[in-house]
Ligand binder design. Structure first.
Ligand SMILES: C[S@@+](CC[C@H](N)C(=O)[O-])C[C@H]1O[C@@H](n2cnc3c(N)ncnc32)[C@H](O)[C@@H]1O
Length: 212
């Protein structure tokens, strides 16, 4: 299984950027699930306390290269009225870049407490802690209803597991995935950046029968 996952990333990601971090546990932050998406102003470093990870993550940590992050945000045309959720947010680069460049409010979800700590430190360095929040949480247990944009860099089977939940979201919600598609749900746009593929969808008003 591990070899299969590794192969997928090697084919989708340059070997030099491959940096798999140990995924040992899961944490469910049910309090965080009910937090409203409107973020409160913070002038100090976020005081998020992380919990031990209780189960391995579903995807290894591999960061998206910055030019690909920039292109993902451009294709989704993120703006200051958006609420962006990055599912499996790693070091927070997608959420932090969106806040820095476009004033977008963002929520990063990661199961790994080390990633949450890194992401909070990066938000602090970038001066965007008033617009972003990182939650140590399982992405499959996350309420996505407030998202206007969702970014993904996961795995094909994880995208497929998420697809029914994504298709229940508000029509018009934009989805951007680095490297992996959504099976029969054909993207509205596909682009190549530095040898990586980016897929873009918009949640339709009517979900086709084959995708339900
Ligand atoms: C390939 S990395 C992507 C990081 C970041 N989104 C980026 O593009 O740079 C996938 C991330 O998903 C996290 N992850 C894996 N399974 C998860 C789960 N069930 N819930 C939340 N995060 C998860 C990992 O810890 C890792 O940081």
């Amino acid at each position: 299984m591990f070899q299969k996952v590794l192969l997928l990333f090697i084919t989708g990601v340059s070997v030099t950027t491959l940096g798999i971090a140990g995924c040992t546990a899961q944490q469910q932050d049910s309090a965080a699930e009910v937090q409203p998406p409107v973020l409160t102003a913070q002038t100090e470093a976020p005081t998020t306390t992380t919990q031990p990870q209780e189960r391995p993550g579903d995807v290894p940590y591999v960061p998206t290269p910055q030019p690909v992050v920039d292109a993902m945000l451009q294709v989704a045309k993120v703006g200051k009225n958006d609420v962006l959720y990055d599912l499996g947010s790693g070091d927070g680069r997608i959420v932090v870049t969106a806040a820095q460049k476009y004033g977008t409010r963002g929520v990063g979800i990661d199961i790994n407490p080390e990633r949450i700590q890194e992401a909070n430190a990066n938000a602090q360095k970038a001066g965007v802690t008033d617009r972003v929040e990182f939650r140590q949480q399982d992405l499959f247990k996350t309420d996505l209803s407030q998202a206007t944009v969702i970014t993904l860099y996961l795995l094909p089977e994880v995208n497929l597991r998420l697809r029914p939940e994504i298709l229940k979201l508000k029509p018009g919600t934009r989805i951007v995935s680095h490297a992996f598609d959504m099976g029969d749900w054909k993207p509205q746009q596909t682009l190549q950046v530095d040898g990586k593929t980016i897929y873009y969808w918009v949640v339709p008003k009517e979900v086709p029968a084959n995708l339900r």
